[in-house]
Write a protein that binds this ligand. Structure first.
Ligand SMILES: Cc1cc2nc3c(=O)[nH]c(=O)nc-3n(C[C@H](O)[C@H](O)[C@H](O)COP(=O)(O)OP(=O)(O)OC[C@H]3O[C@@H](n4cnc5c(N)ncnc54)[C@H](O)[C@@H]3O)c2cc1C
Ligand SMILES: Cc1cc2nc3c(=O)[nH]c(=O)nc-3n(C[C@H](O)[C@H](O)[C@H](O)COP(=O)(O)O)c2cc1C
Ligand code: SF4
Ligand code: SF4
Ligand code: FES
Length: 1016
């Protein structure tokens, strides 16, 4: 006789069958036969193994190698390589989601580790269509023990001592229920199995019936013996045809083997089972509705008492348990109640099967000991949240369950702990949600489901859930009203208290539990008309607003500009950005890069429109800013009067805090004032915008260098309760080109620009080279031209199209006389008698893109050139100069000397000290500095008020100052106007502003091109 040396267990659970596992199984059998291995290797079609989303799956034993996402075409390779040659087919085995590392052994896969399979002990192991396989794994042994050696009371006692609680949702002690039924008076009693599984996200009952039907049949026979019943019914929804088919076959086999029917195992005990198909109404899972449905009537709940144990099916005492509850029974009998009770917690014994779904890497069925933390399920078994996103919440207990938020990830999953958080264990549906989930929309979705499934018998559920749904829908559509949240709470609690059955009593749960944990999201929808997760379409900002780091409401100001209401447009901008005139000139305009119109035409000139409205005011009057009243007592110190520091200072002033800004130089403005060239940003623009900010009542102390004149620790002793470091990145990383010593005639470009701004350098002669591609490099090159140098070249090792500047800016520099030496890598500063004579460079050539898509360049051979120069300005990366930290405190910084902050809060490693802008990022952009200042103001306020910083901070709040539809249609054939620049021949010789603002007419016409994507 041939002995089988290996088994290929192919999952034929519902999920895998749907993805084609029967074809895989057939292909494997065929391939085995073709290779002449039929006597040695056997394909076994099993029930669900668990990780259904990876299906079709298979396990090769005895090696325990797990294959996933199989196709029939893979069969020959598995047979040839693995079964014949003993080599694992690596491309088909599991890969760890985080690392991509292959993990062939089933035991090593994180999804299976940490699981404890009691209910699912046979699923994925035996062929459910063969009773012999169940018997071979001690199947029907428990029934035999019970019938031959135990009194019914002893059986009930074992179940009671095991601590098993009903897995259908309510967690009622199973042994106690059996005892009530046993004691109930009546000759006819029924044993019923609830396999309705109405939670659309759960499929554990289906999987047990499909993968191990005999465990339920055996348990029901034991229950029949225990309560004194000879007839049972299994109520399965008709939507589970595979489960019904396998269950039907199992019932036949059990009868054939004398394990069902009359005189089971010669014991004199008679018991038989029938299947009843339900039509798939959620309410029919409720016990009284289920019984009326079995009776052939419309599945409607009825009041209790009498409870089914007294008067159930056909008014006879009836025992109803869930599939999973039953599947535990044979093992409890065989291994003893103490063994079973050793799993789980004090009040929740054993294991629980969860259907893990949603935003988690490993989805499927998992069986874990009761009391395991949610964190272990999500991160260890589930493999974490895909795409590195944050876990936000888990919906547990099905559509009428509740949510558990991220800050309760450590909750042990047992009946009591879950209930304490306002959720329910339910049947075990566990949907993981990531940061992109809108909790209000999620609650609406589940409420819609339960509302739809209400049987309509009692008004609180029928009408109340409808009213709740109307309110939540309104909120999601941007029509939420003040008081809606309170209305939902009152209505929800009323429905819970007065509905007839469990459906109505739990229907408000998704809404009530999301309000409990995510009330701020409801408020954002209602008050700010904003969906923080960008899900509710009517409450999502337009793409331009979304991509502006400071969340400036471009659609509104475009609309106001189109209507000629320029001052109001400016007001809209100033709400989020106190530097409209600056940003209207030099912003890197990420908004335009994502402008919807850009997909079919030129994007709206959002930046120029900003400049236009700011200039419109600037050319006419200066608004009188009333100092803001100081209403709070906590003193705040801001160090650095650049855009980050001043934005934070203004926002905190507007909240009524006393704010002092310490600035080491003599004027506010930071880099804008001290480095940016006048021809790009006129000084009066900076004067005006910084003054408007200071006028809110900021105490500006100029000429004070923190870390030198006073330390942060001293500021704290002086009573400053929150301190913001916004000192920028004013040092240039020293170039490694030999001969570049950072002193004249090779100074760094930033020092050069600062000298020019301060009038310390007014003329240049000879040939100048600027090395680098930063803002400072471009400004230095254009400045050198204006100072009269003979020639100026920009040396850059990459290709022209890789310059990180807009084409128009590069063109402006070239028109003014800057020569681009792209694909030139500097090698050495050449000197003769100490005098600089030139820069030796090697020419480079572009290389194909690497794996990350980044293109690189490499030096060509024998391609050295010398570029003549008397002055060479180096413009490398900027890094902070952290004088500010001298004398303490010990704030954490990284290898590039940047202050390390929590990106969500901008808090440093020292409580109460925040940092924002270039000091945390190195040289970045003005709008990023403004956005960081805005964020720091919010989080410093939360810190001072003791508000938990757990809500994700978002800058974007749609304001809709105007219904942008009012702006009307644009003009046909009107094209985006070119931003005008003074002629190069003129502008290259002076420091007056190079660019020219739009005319009023152009601004209005351009603003009218906006598509108003903020409208639904
Ligand atoms: C030449 C140049 C051109 C640029 N062009 C553009 C552009 O076109 N578009 C764009 O978006 N961005 C541009 N940038 C970048 C932009 O200016 C900066 O990203 C932005 O200014 C950073 O703002 P911040 O508030 O973080 O720092 P900063 O603007 O650097 O302000 C920091 C302030 O802190 C003060 N300070 C430092 N140490 C202390 C201390 N110990 N005590 C007290 N005060 C202190 C400094 O004096 C300074 O005033 C340019 C930068 C440079 C250098
Ligand atoms: C609306 C509603 C739907 C239900 N659906 C199911 C279900 O699909 N499966 C189930 O076992 N129990 C369901 N129940 C719970 C049952 O009413 C009953 O409590 C359970 O089947 C008892 O078995 P257990 O003690 O083993 O949990 C539902 C309850 C309600 C109120
Ligand atoms: S609570 Fe809802 S589902 Fe239950 S009986 Fe009333 S109307 Fe029907
Ligand atoms: S078309 Fe208007 S609203 Fe739409 S992204 Fe562009 S600027 Fe914003
Ligand atoms: S159905 Fe195959 S793993 Fe679940």
């Amino acid at each position: 006789m041939n002995s089988v040396r290996c088994h290929v267990l192919v999952c034929t659970g519902g999920g895998c069958v749907a993805s084609g596992s029967l074809d895989v199984s057939a292909a494997l059998t065929e391939a085995i036969e073709k290779k002449g291995l039929a006597g040695e290797c056997k394909v076994v079609e099993t029930g669900c193994l668990g990780p259904c989303a990876a299906g079709p799956v298979a396990v090769v034993h005895p090696d325990g190698v797990f294959y996933e996402k199989l196709k029939p075409e893979d069969a020959e390779e598995i047979v040839e390589e693995h079964l014949l040659k003993g080599r694992i087919v690596e491309r088909l085995v599991h890969k760890a989601p985080a690392t991509g590392e292959i993990v062939p052994s089933m035991r090593e896969i994180s999804f299976f580790r940490g699981q404890e399979k009691i209910v699912l002990r046979n699923c994925g192991v035996i062929d459910p269509s063969r009773i012999e396989e169940y018997i071979a794994r001690d199947g029907y042994q428990a029934l035999a023990n019970v019938l031959t050696a135990m009194k019914p009371e002893e059986v009930i006692d074992i179940v009671k001592r095991s601590g098993l609680r009903g897995r259908g949702g309510a967690g009622f002690p199973t042994g106690m229920k059996w005892e009530f039924c046993r004691k109930a008076v009546g000759d006819t009693k029924y044993v019923l199995c609830n396999a309705d599984e109405g939670d659309p996200g759960a499929f554990m009952d289906r999987s047990v019936l499909e993968g191990d039907p005999h465990s339920v049949i055996e348990a029901m026979a034991i229950a029949g013996y225990a309560i004194g019943s000879s007839q049972g019914y299994i109520y399965v929804r008709a939507e589970y045809p595979l489960a019904i088919e396998r269950l039907g076959k199992a019932l036949e086999q059990a009868r054939e083997y004398g394990l069902l029917g009359a005189d089971i195992m010669g014991s004199g005990f008679n018991f038989d089972l029938e299947i009843r198909k339900g039509s798939g109404a959620f309410v029919c899972g409720e016990e009284t509705a289920l019984m009326t449905s079995i009776e052939g009537k419309r599945g409607e709940p009825r009041p209790r008492p009498p409870f089914p144990a007294q008067s159930g099916l056909w008014e006879k005492p009836s025992l109803l348990n869930n599939v999973e509850t039953y599947a535990n029974i044979p093992v409890i009998i065989l291994k003893g109640p103490e063994w079973y009770a050793s799993f789980g917690t004090e009040k929740s014994k054993g294991t629980k099967v969860f259907a893990l779904a949603g935003a988690v890497n490993n989805t499927g069925l998992v069986e874990v000991p009761m009391g395991i933390t949610l964190e272990k399920i999500v991160y260890d078994i589930g493999g974490g949240v895909p795409d590195g996103k944050d876990f936000k919440a888990a919906q547990i207990g099905g559509p009428s369950g509740g949510c558990i938020p991220a800050w309760h990830l450590d909750v042990p999953l047992d009946y009591e702990s879950v209930t304490e958080l306002g959720a329910i264990m339910g049947s075990g549906g566990l949907i993981i949600m990531d940061e992109d989930t809108c909790m209000v929309d999620m609650a609406r979705f589940f409420l819609e489901f339960v509302q739809d499934e209400s049987c309509g018998k009692c008004p609180p559920c029928r009408i109340g859930t409808k009213r709740m749904l109307e309110i939540v829908t309104r909120i999601c559509q941007g029509q939420g009203e003040e008081g809606d949240v309170e209305r939902l709470i009152t209505l929800g609690n009323l429905i819970k208290d007065t509905a007839l059955c469990g459906l109505g009593q739990t229907a408000p749960n998704p809404v009530l539990s999301t309000i409990r944990h995510f009330r701020h999201e409801y408020e954002a929808h209602i008050k700010d008309k904003y969906c923080p997760s960008m899900v509710c379409k009517r409450l999502c900002p337009a793409p331009c607003q979304r991509s502006c780091p400071a969340g400036v409401d471009a659609p509104s100001y475009n609309a106001l500009t189109a209507l000629g209401r320029f001052n109001e447009a400016l007001e809209v901008i100033r709400q989020d950005n106190p530097f409209p005139s600056v940003c209207g000139r030099i912003c890197s305009r990420p908004c335009e890069a994502s402008c919807q119109l850009g997909e079919t035409d030129d994007p709206v000139a959002i930046r120029s429109l900003k400049r236009f409205v700011a200039d419109f005011e600037r050319n006419r009057w200066k608004p009188a800013v009333q100092p803001v009243e100081t209403t709070r007592t906590e003193k705040i110190a801001v160090i650095g009067a650049g855009p980050a520091g001043l934005t934070a200072a203004r926002d905190l002033r507007l909240q009524g805090y006393p704010v002092t800004v310490f600035e080491s130089t003599t004027r506010p403005g930071g880099m804008l004032r001290w480095a940016l060239s006048d021809f790009r940003l006129p000084p009066d623009v900076i004067d005006r915008e910084t003054q408007l900010i200071v006028d809110t009542g900021i105490d500006l102390r100029l000429g004070v260098t923190v870390g030198k004149d006073i330390t942060i620790d001293e500021l704290r002793r002086q009573g400053y309760q929150a301190i913001l470091i916004a000192t920028g990145a004013h040092k240039l990383v020293r170039p490694d080109t030999p001969g570049a010593d950072g002193t004249r005639p090779c100074p760094n470009a930033l020092d050069f620009l600062k000298e020019v701004k301060q009038g310390k350098c007014t003329r240049m002669s000879g040939d100048v080279l600027v090395v680098g591609c930063t803002y400072a490099a471009f400004d230095a090159a254009r400045t050198a031209i204006r100072l009269g140098c003979s020639s100026c070249g920009l040396v850059y090792p990459r290709d022209k199209d890789q310059l990180p500047f807009e084409a128009a800016e590069v063109q402006a520099a070239v028109e003014e006389g800057v020569t681009l030496y792209c694909l030139h890598e500097p090698m050495e500063v050449l000197r003769v008698d100490g005098k600089v004579t030139g820069l030796k460079c090697v020419q480079c050539e572009p290389q194909p893109a690497d794996q990350t898509g980044r293109t690189r360049t490499a030096p060509k051979t024998a391609a050295e050139v010398v570029l003549p120069a008397e002055t060479i300005l180096f413009a490398g990366a900027q890094e902070p100069d952290l004088v500010v930290l001298n004398g303490g405190p010990d704030v954490q910084r990284n290898a590039w000397n940047m202050v390390v902050v929590d990106p969500a809060t901008l808090a440093t490693s020292t409580p109460g000290i925040f940092a924002a802008g270039d000091v945390t990022t190195g040289g970045a952009t003005v709008i990023e500095a403004i956005a960081a200042g805005q964020k720091a103001a919010v989080t410093a306020h939360r810190f001072l008020r003791g508000i938990e910083q757990r809500e994700p901070y978002r800058l974007i709040k749609p304001r809709r100052r105007v219904d942008s539809a009012e702006a009307g249609e644009g003009f046909d054939n009107f094209k985006r106007p070119q931003e005008a620049v003074r002629p190069a021949s003129e502008r290259a010789h002076d420091f007056r502003e190079a660019d020219v603002t739009f005319s009023e007419m152009l601004a209005v016409c351009e603003a009218k091109r906006c598509l108003h994507c903020d409208l639904d």
